[in-house]
Structure formats: structure tokens, C-alpha cells
Design a protein around this ligand. Structure first.
Ligand code: ADP
Ligand code: MG
Length: 544
């Protein structure tokens, strides 16, 4: 049967296609980057199959991508000899399976939080083809089958699939270019786009007879020979981004006890903070240059999930399965070494480049703090990186590290004091601060809801206890606090206390004379060892 069969796109994809087709977005060529990236993925998979499945041994050779413009028909073809797709895979991958990314992407576009160039990050990069083309044909044959299939759509709600004869394995995406893009069939234009967006694809990309990209893997090169510009481009390739250099990068070559090479990149913005979902990407894992797994989440702790990069090791078997990855000793060791290197890098950044570190901390500080609360392993590495507003600068502009705070402690001061609240203005109004102001003792102002949990998890820093100033016993340094109320006459005051006790009854544990107030008549404190006020507030909200 050669009759085409009709299918409807999922509703959200129809919506996305409509948006893409009518977009006047300036850099529509990024769609080619997405198609080339898909071709490259298919080649990675083919290489992996050839090396691990019986019967495909000789097929790891000659893998590549070819781009071809056809002036007369206004077509642009992206061709690969990768794994190809079966009929079922075509139906699922290109139109009918729900991809959470498509909805999320639409939402972020609607709220202007994302622009179209980020489409690849949401796992729906293929559809960007409709920014360039008024109809798209995909001809493909899976490496497992003799029968080929063709997918066609004009991007308006429907697509059709029919069986075709296709001699060679792999996929061919044919873009019938929109009228205003007809010069994209010219070789010089195609080469320009490839050089801009896909220079570091690890497979040869041919235009005519020329290989246009730079296939040498940069992570294998000696560190000193890879420039910032190359790193920036490689980062853009991994992160599906344009026009952005990473905030910092790491290039590692480790030989023992485990051999591996790695490059890691830190973005300049935290997409989670923009209201995107939790980042889902991980690192690419390669064994002897062959991609074994993309989005591998086992190579770094959760709270470093914002980093992009790859790891290539000689000591890994090609057939590490998803299940065994976590328990694999090699992976565990690589993870340990990577994590340590990231902290070393951050420490250096905080010492050498205050501004870059500030950008980093503003963007990723909140994620890093999860690392203190969720596990003990690297608390001592994260703690020195933390920054807080403090009473030293009431404007809240200058932040301080715990170490700096400790260096300013008064003689005999046993604790690092902090106060949490919903925002700086309300924290500063707290009457509990009076005694600290009077005595010139610094107090950290915590306004991120997770901060108090961070303090509770740390417990101490540099031998000093971390203590909320609304706890009942403060153990302030210096002489015992003189009590203004005592001078006013003991008996008169105990009458006031009794009145309060009677009025408040069970609602308080105790009513006592305050030694810490100067201007305010009263304050609330928490029993020793109890939760701080802000912490109680947060837990109440969480339980609601
Ligand atoms: P992503 O690449 O993030 O998975 P895309 O929308 O770019 O999302 O592609 C969707 C899917 O279509 C891919 O995951 C892949 O399974 C399939 N696909 C796309 N292009 C090709 C290709 N050239 N060869 C084989 N499969 C492909
Ligand atoms: Mg893709």
C-alpha cells in the first residue's frame, strides 16, 4: 500500500507550528542548527549501535551529514546516514507523542520569557523547520528495516505518511523554503549558517565536497590550545543557545585513578528562575569519543544541574546501561572529581573575579543552597560560597560571607547571629535587633525562604554556632546586659508580668523581663532549641 495515511498533530504542536510559521524572528536560520543537531544525534546513535549490536560492525564508518540547496525547486536538504526512523517512530517523534516541552515552550514564549532560539532546549527543535519552510518532507529508513517511509506536512494541523523506496539508511529532511528565504539554497549561505551555529558538531558536515565544520573534539585538545571563542561556540552547541558566552568554564584532563576528559560550562542565566520548569538536561557521557548517553544526570550532584558539558572516558565500557550507571564505580569517581573541580573553580572565581561571582551567586545561589540542605557531603565546600545581607550595610547591597562575618566577631562572641524574614524591610524592623545595634554586633539578614534551613543544616561555621536572634538565650559577648527595667523597681514590673501571663495564658511558655530591648516595649522570642519565627512561618505556609 503506497496510499498516504493522514494524521493530526497534537493540539499543542499545531499551536506551536502556527506560531513558528508566522514568526518574523530575525535568526530563523537557527532551525538549521536544530536539524543538524538531530542528524548528529542520529549519527551518534548509529555509531553506538555499530559498536554494541551484533551485525552492524562495519557501519560505524563514513558517518556524516550533507547539506544541499536546490535552486530550481527552492529546496534545502539536510541528509544524514544515522539510525533513521521506522514508521512508528516517525508517527511518534514527529507529531503525535506528547512532549511536555512543547507546552512549556509555548507558555514561556507567551510570557516573553523565552525567544524562539531556545526551541531546542525544550525538546521540540524539529518543528523549527517550519520557520524556514512552507512545507517539509522527511524521507527516512531505519537501520533495522529495508522499507523506507516519507512524512510530509505543510504545518497546518495535519501530516501524512507513506511507504517509499529508499536505497540508503538514514534521514533526509527536505525544506521547501519560504519565498523570502530562497537564497538559503546557495552554498555560501549554507556554509555561513553552519559555521555560525554548528561548527563543533562532532561529525563531518559537507556542503558540496567541502567539510565545513571543525570535527576535532575540543575536549581532547590540550587545554592551552582551546580559546574562549571555541569554548563559547561549543557551549552554544551543547546548550542550544546563540550569542552567549558561558560565565565560566572548566576543561579537565585527568589520568588517574580514572582516565577522563571533561568540559563544563556555566550559563549566565538560570532558566529555572525565569519560571521555566526544573532544568532537565545533564551532561553528555562518552566512552572513547562515542556518545553513550546524553542528559546523564549521574555525573554531578542535583544542585549542580545547571551546568552543561560532557565527559569522555577511556575507562568506561560502551554498554553501560541506564540502570547500572548509578552504581558504576567509574562514574562515581568521575562524579567525585568533577564536583571537587567545580567547587575549586567557584572558590577561585569568588577570590579572583568578584563581579562574575556575584552574577553566578545571584543566578545559581538558590540552587546551590539546596546542596546544603539535601546532603551533608559537600556542605563544607558550599558554606564558604554563601553570601548574605547583614546589618553592616543596612541597604542590603553589600553582602558578606560567613568567613568575613567571623573575622569581624567581637571578642568572646560565640555565635554568628542571623534573623530571617520575608524581606529586608520587615527584617530591619524587628525589635530583637535593638540590643545588637546598641552593642554593635553584626546580624545576618536572611530573606530567601531556604536560608534558615541552610543555617540549621550547617549548625556551625568555623567553630561558631549559627543562631537566630529570636531564640530565647542569646549568649551575647561582653558584660552581662544591664536591665533598665530593674532600675524602674522590681515589684512594679512583676505586676505587669502577671497581667501579661494572665492575659496570654497557654499561648506562651513564659513571660519575662527583657534584657535586650531599648525602644520597643516588648518582643517575642522562641524557647531555646526551638524553631525560629521565620522558620515556623515557612513551615506553616508549606503545610497549608
Ligand atoms: P529532540 O532532538 O530534543 O529529541 P526534536 O524535536 O529535535 O527533539 O526531535 C524529535 C525526535 O525526532 C528526536 O528525538 C528523534 O527521535 C527524531 N528525529 C528527528 N530528526 C531525526 C533524524 N535526522 N534521524 C533520526 N531521528 C530523528
Ligand atoms: Mg533536536
Amino acid at each position: 500500500i503506497r496510499e498516504p495515511e493522514q494524521f493530526a498533530f497534537r493540539a499543542e504542536i499545531t499551536q506551536l507550528l502556527h506560531l513558528l510559521a508566522h514568526s518574523l524572528y530575525q535568526s530563523r536560520e537557527i532551525a538549521l542548527r536544530e536539524l543538524i543537531s538531530n542528524a548528529s544525534d542520529a549519527l551518534d546513535k548509529m555509531r553506538y549501535v555499530a559498536l554494541t549490536e551484533e551485525g552492524y560492525r562495519d557501519q560505524a564508518e563514513g558517518l556524516g551529514i550533507r547539506l544541499e540547496g536546490r535552486d530550481d525547486t527552492r529546496d534545502l536538504v539536510v541528509r544524514d546516514n544515522g539510525v533513521g526512523m521506522t514508521r512508528e517512530e516517525l508517527v511518534e517523534n514527529l507529531g503525535t507523542i506528547a512532549r511536555s516541552g512543547s507546552l512549556e515552550f509555548l507558555k514561556n514564549l507567551g510570557e516573553s520569557k523565552a525567544d524562539l532560539s531556545l526551541i531546542g532546549q525544550f525538546g521540540v527543535g524539529f518543528y523549527s523547520a517550519f520557520m524556514l519552510a512552507d512545507h517539509v518532507t522527511v524521507r527516512t529508513r531505519s537501520y533495522r528495516e529495508g522499507q523506507g517511509h516519507e512524512w510530509r506536512s505543510d504545518g497546518t494541523g495535519q501530516f501524512e505518511i507513506r511507504a517509499i523506496d529508499k536505497e540508503d539508511r538514514g534521514t533526509e529532511v527536505i525544506l521547501h523554503l519560504k519565498d523570502d528565504l530562497r537564497d538559503l539554497t546557495k552554498d555560501y549561505r549554507i556554509k555561513g549558517v553552519v559555521r555560525t551555529y554548528s561548527r563543533f558538531i562532532p561529525h563531518p558536515i559537507r556542503v558540496g565536497d567541502e567539510v565545513v565544520n571543525d570535527v576535532r573534539p575540543i575536549w581532547v585538545e590540550p587545554k592551552g590550545q582551546v580559546g574562549d571563542e571555541q569554548h563559547a561556540q561549543f557551549y552554544q552547541h551543547l546548550a542550544h543557545r546563540a550569542d552567549e558566552a558561558p560565565l565560566w568554564h572548566l576543561h579537565l584532563a585527568v589520568d588517574s585513578p580514572i582516565q577522563f576528559r571533561a568540559v563544563l560550562y556555566c550559563p549566565r542565566t538560570n532558566v529555572e528562575r525565569l519560571g521555566f520548569g526544573r532544568s532537565e538536561h545533564g551532561l553528555n557521557l562518552l566512552a572513547r569519543r562515542v556518545l553513550v548517553r546524553d542528559d546523564c544526570r549521574d555525573l554531578l550532584p542535583e544542585y549542580l544541574r545547571f551546568l552543561y558539558g560532557l565527559v569522555d572516558s577511556e575507562d568506561l565500557p560502551l554498554n553501560v546501561s541506564r540502570e547500572t550507571l548509578q552504581d558504576n564505580t567509574v562514574i562515581r569517581r568521575i562524579r567525585g572529581a568533577l564536583t571537587k573541580s567545580v567547587f575549586d573553580r567557584l572558590e577561585k572565581l569568588s577570590a579572583d573575579d568578584a563581579e562574575a561571582f556575584r552574577t553566578f551567586y545571584d543566578q545559581f545561589g538558590p540552587i546551590l543552597k539546596e546542596g546544603v540542605v539535601s546532603e551533608a557531603e559537600h556542605r563544607d565546600r558550599i558554606a564558604p560560597l554563601l553570601r548574605f545581607a547583614s546589618s553592616r550595610d543596612e541597604s542590603g547591597k553589600e553582602t558578606t560571607s560567613l568567613k568575613e562575618y567571623a573575622s569581624r566577631c567581637q571578642e568572646g562572641q560565640k555565635a554568628i547571629y542571623y534573623l530571617g524574614g520575608p524581606d529586608l524591610a520587615s527584617v530591619r524592623k524587628c525589635p530583637n535587633l535593638e540590643i545588637f545595634r546598641r552593642r554593635g554586633i553584626e546580624v545576618l539578614y536572611l530573606t530567601d525562604p531556604i536560608d534558615e534551613f541552610v543555617m540549621a543544616s550547617l549548625g556551625t561555621f568555623g567553630g561558631k554556632e549559627l543562631r537566630s536572634i529570636d531564640s530565647g538565650d542569646l549568649e551575647l559577648p561582653g558584660p552581662e546586659i544591664e536591665t533598665p527595667s530593674a532600675e524602674a523597681g522590681g515589684s512594679g514590673f512583676s505586676r505587669v508580668l502577671e497581667l501579661f501571663r494572665a492575659a496570654l495564658g497557654d499561648r506562651v511558655a513564659e513571660v519575662r523581663e527583657s534584657k535586650r530591648l531599648t525602644d520597643s516595649p516588648c518582643c517575642l522570642v522562641n524557647a531555646s532549641g526551638g524553631l525560629s519565627t521565620q522558620m515556623q512561618r515557612i513551615l506553616r505556609q508549606a503545610n497549608r
